[in-house]
Design a protein around this ligand. Structure first.
Ligand code: CAO
Length: 421
């Protein structure tokens, strides 16, 4: 880590697992917080062993979400484990958890008890649904949240053999909820500087998905009022029902867009670009396509005039780029200031020079794996360059953390023999 570490001195008990919680605490660790991941002895976070690519090494699922943390193994259901956790709570600023509903209470660490131990503590939780919600008892994973938060009903195709609610590959339920929680935690830390008191911060996965589906809620409200949505591919030739339809690859705002085939699409699953028809960029589009006559043709001059035959316009652009690779096509259009991009595969992103140079894709040395590539901080600062360090081995820092809490070597040895750590 170079430069100032703004979260230096903030101690976080990381009681998280799988993705939503770990994504949040990893981000805070990058920015300087001391994040102590508490894991069950012998097993640890389930992602350590899920989808392994190297036998006996922590899986990428774990390493890519738990960098820069320390690992403390602790059975918090034993009296010794509970005592350690109590000491940690007294010395920490934040506790983050994403257990199933009620698990923390069943462990004996209710919000009331945590406040008794440390009135300044910030307890940050991810759950599938918010407190008091009629589904609050449900355990939730990514795709469940995408369905419950409005993403699935508005993603995908509205007709044809692939029609139906569709899940996004982007972790809208998991990592997105973790990012919301990180904002909540930082806000509570600033709040505590003003009041001296901690507080409980919760984000439900349903709410975090819904927050990203804000413009789809906008569309529902518009549909209720006027009965149609002019930027959707159904307009003006098909009938609208009373719910926001799925719009395939249509642009989400006032700028129509679509995914267009480029040279090689027959064999390359990603030989496509996304092309946006920005209203004021119509003339440059005509220039780029070699269609100067469209500039004055009343069928094309306004966005409203273009909409009824927008798919024909996209077909014309597709015809223009059919002998060009996605990169050649983008190089032509970028000269005309047209918003567009190639559809990039994970392989292309992994090897992208610019992403490596900016630290968005980084290589991290690891004791067991050798090294691994991961996604670095998407947030860039002028005075902080987060350095991504290896994820901890299971229990790698147990003795170190216990010693910091004041336990002697003998006491630590006894806890090991009792399998409390
Ligand atoms: N020592 C002792 N016990 C521990 C422990 C430790 N260090 N860590 C966890 N446990 C216990 C919990 O106390 C809980 O015990 P009880 O159920 O007996 O009270 C038990 O482990 C299981 O916890 P869980 O309910 O969180 O785990 P699960 O595998 O059954 O469910 C998940 C996983 C993700 C569905 C659930 O945790 C959940 O709904 N979380 C909230 C939503 C969420 O974050 N989902 C995102 C998952 S992907 O990012």
């Amino acid at each position: 880590m170079s430069g100032n570490k703004p979260l230096k001195g903030i101690k976080i008990i990381d009681f998280t697992h799988v993705q939503a919680g770990p994504a949040c605490t990893q981000l805070l660790a990058w920015f300087g917080a001391d994040v102590i991941k508490v894991e069950r002895p012998g097993a640890g976070d389930v992602t350590r062993s899920q989808l392994r690519d190297i036998p006996d090494a922590d899986a990428l699922y774990f390493t890519m979400l738990n960098s820069n943390k320390r690992s403390l193994t602790l059975d918090t259901k034993t009296p010794e484990g509970k005592e350690v956790l109590e000491k940690l709570i007294k010395k920490s600023d934040v506790m983050v958890e994403n257990f199933g509903p009620g698990a923390l209470d069943r462990m004996g660490f209710t919000w009331q008890r945590i406040q008794e131990l440390n009135p300044g503590m910030i307890l940050a939780s991810v759950k599938g649904f918010s407190e008091g919600h009629h589904y609050e008892d449900l355990k939730v994973y990514e795709n469940v949240a995408q369905c419950a938060g409005g993403a699935a009903s508005t993603t995908g195709w509205w007709k044809g053999e692939n029609a139906g609610p569709t899940i996004s590959a982007a972790a809208l339920g998991d990592s997105n909820t973790g990012m919301h929680l990180a904002i909540g935690i930082l806000t509570a830390i600033i709040g505590r500087q003003q009041t001296g008191k901690g507080q409980k911060v919760s984000v439900s996965m349903q709410d975090a998905v819904l927050n990203l589906c804000r413009v789809k809620m906008r569309d529902q409200l518009r549909l209720d009022k006027v009965g149609y949505l002019e930027e959707y591919p159904q307009y003006p030739h098909e009938k609208f029902g009373d719910v926001v339809p799925r719009g395939g690859n249509a642009g989400g705002g006032g700028q129509p867009g679509w995914i267009l085939k480029c040279k090689g699409w027959e064999t390359d699953p990603n030989a496509y670009i996304y092309f946006t028809i920005q209203g004021h960029a119509w003339e440059p589009i005509c220039d780029a396509l070699g269609k100067p006559e469209w500039k004055t043709d009343p069928n094309y001059t306004t966005a409203k005039a273009r909409q009824p035959h927008i798919m024909d316009i996209f077909a014309t652009i597709e015809d223009f780029i059919k002998d060009k690779t996605k990169f050649e096509a983008v190089d032509i259009f970028r000269k005309h200031d047209i918003p567009c991009a190639p559809v990039l595969s994970m392989k292309e992103l992994l090897h992208d020079k610019s992403l490596r140079a900016s630290g968005s894709i980084v290589e991290v040395p690891h004791k067991v794996r050798g090294s691994y590539w991961t996604v670095g901080s998407p947030i860039k600062f002028s005075d902080l360059k987060p350095e991504v360090k290896a994820s901890p081995l299971l229990g790698e820092h147990t003795d170190e953390v216990l010693a910091e809490l004041g336990y002697s070597k003998d006491q630590i040895g006894k806890m090991h023999s009792n399998k409390a750590v």
